[in-house]
Design a protein around this ligand. Structure first.
Ligand code: OSB
Ligand code: MG
Length: 369
């Protein structure tokens, strides 16, 4: 395999509904689409699902553009590779910048799997025919608005609900939701909004029979999370703190968490996502697939990765119709009764719809050897 040309496109899609977390509020998303065209004409697509702001992690859509355009593309164009390990070896020197790396790696997995005529999930070693799907619900104006959202997604069959929490939108909100839905599989995500000074608040969450509490403490911490996990019964799940299989190993082995949210883009692509999965599986730690409001391309990659056997918990990969009216791929990725069928077509198993992509494109660049 050899990449002849890389096209980058900054594409914008409006969200059906604005999404608020402890750190940001969005009504549209700008993601970079990566099209990698091989010397033999086979092509693959990837997506950088980085937020535009550095409030979830240090990367932004502009840092991704810079790193892809000025480093990752020049380091990989016109070089011969036959495995993803060889490909990622070309840019081994690039530290961090996982979302940028993920976009390129995804495109190359798609091209590689298409070349072999096999679905990406199968190439990765996936075993699940369908992926169990939950929803992640943002902070709302009031709890009634949240009830409406929960009612809608429970009626659609989603398997669990995750609530974003933040100081001022936490214990009392969760108490009300738990009171109204006593049997609902429920979990919360703080996006690093608390510190150990908030232990009393976090301990109160133990009352509500939550499946887990996601990233309560700092985005770059695992040590304080050990102390928290010793203090509360609810399993701590790490998101922001885990960038690699080595991070997962250390966090688990010191007792910082009992569950890990694997996001393909946060760990730099499907290859490292699989390694994180393997590290967790070897330690008996359940994982689930997180999301970054991906468009269809990134969502298809999430789905392929989430078909690995260790993804035993329902994830945040919901049907595309939860987010976007007109996604960029066909066939659309949709959940039925809270499960999304894993794609059986070659590569990512979705095809980009060029006229929708052209309409969504804000900026484009072409790099060739
Ligand atoms: O922390 O999991 C998160 C969305 C954007 C940034 C961070 C997070 C999220 C979500 C939504 O929770 C996941 C999704 O529905 O794609
Ligand atoms: Mg999270």
């Amino acid at each position: 395999m050899q990449i002849d040309r890389i096209e980058l496109r900054l594409a914008r899609l409006p969200l059906i509904r604005p999404f608020r977390t402890s750190s940001s509020r969005k009504d549209h998303l700008d993601h970079i689409l990566v099209r990698a065209i091989m010397a033999d004409g086979v092509e693959g697509w990837g997506e950088c699902a980085s937020p535009s702001d550095p409030f979830y992690c240090p990367e932004t859509v502009e840092t991704c553009w810079h790193v892809l355009h000025d480093f990752l593309a020049p380091m990989t164009l016109a070089r011969e590779w036959s495995t993803i390990e060889e490909l990622t070896g070309f840019y081994r020197l690039v530290k961090g910048n996982a979302f940028a790396r993920s976009g390129l790696e995804m495109a190359c997995w798609d091209a590689l799997a298409r070349t072999h005529g096999r679905p990406l999930s199968e190439v990765l070693g996936g075993t699940r025919p369908e992926v169990l799907s939950g929803v992640s619900l943002g902070i709302e104006e009031d709890v009634e608005a949240l009830y409406d959202r929960i009612d809608q997604f429970v009626a659609e069959g989603y398997r669990r609900v995750k609530l974003k929490i933040a100081p001022g939108w936490d214990v009392e909100v969760v108490r009300k939701v738990r009171g109204r839905y006593p049997d609902l599989p429920l979990q919360v995500d703080a996006n690093s909004a608390y510190t150990l000074d908030d232990l009393p608040t976090l301990k109160q969450l133990d009352e509500f029979d939550l499946l887990l509490i996601e990233q309560p403490l700092a985005h770059d911490d695992i040590i304080d999370h050990v102390q928290l996990q010793r203090t509360i019964r609810t399993p701590v799940c790490l998101d922001e703190s885990i960038h690699s299989a080595a991070d997962a190993r250390k966090a688990i082995d010191i007792g910082a968490c009992k569950v890990i949210n694997i996001k393909v883009s946060r760990v730099g692509g499907p290859q490292e996502a699989r390694r994180v999965h393997d590290a967790c599986a070897a330690r008996g730690i359940p994982v689930w697939c997180g999301g970054m409001h991906e468009f269809g391309i990134g969502r298809a990659a999430n789905l392929a990765v989430a078909s690995l056997p260790g993804f035993s918990l329902p994830g945040d990969v919901s049907g595309s119709d939860k987010y976007y009216r007109h996604d960029l791929v066909e066939p659309p990725i949709l959940a039925t009764r809270g499960a999304i069928p894993v794609r059986q077509a070659p590569g990512l198993g979705v095809d980009p719809v060029m006229e929708r992509i052209e309409k969504a494109t804000l900026r484009a660049a072409v790099l060739s050897a």
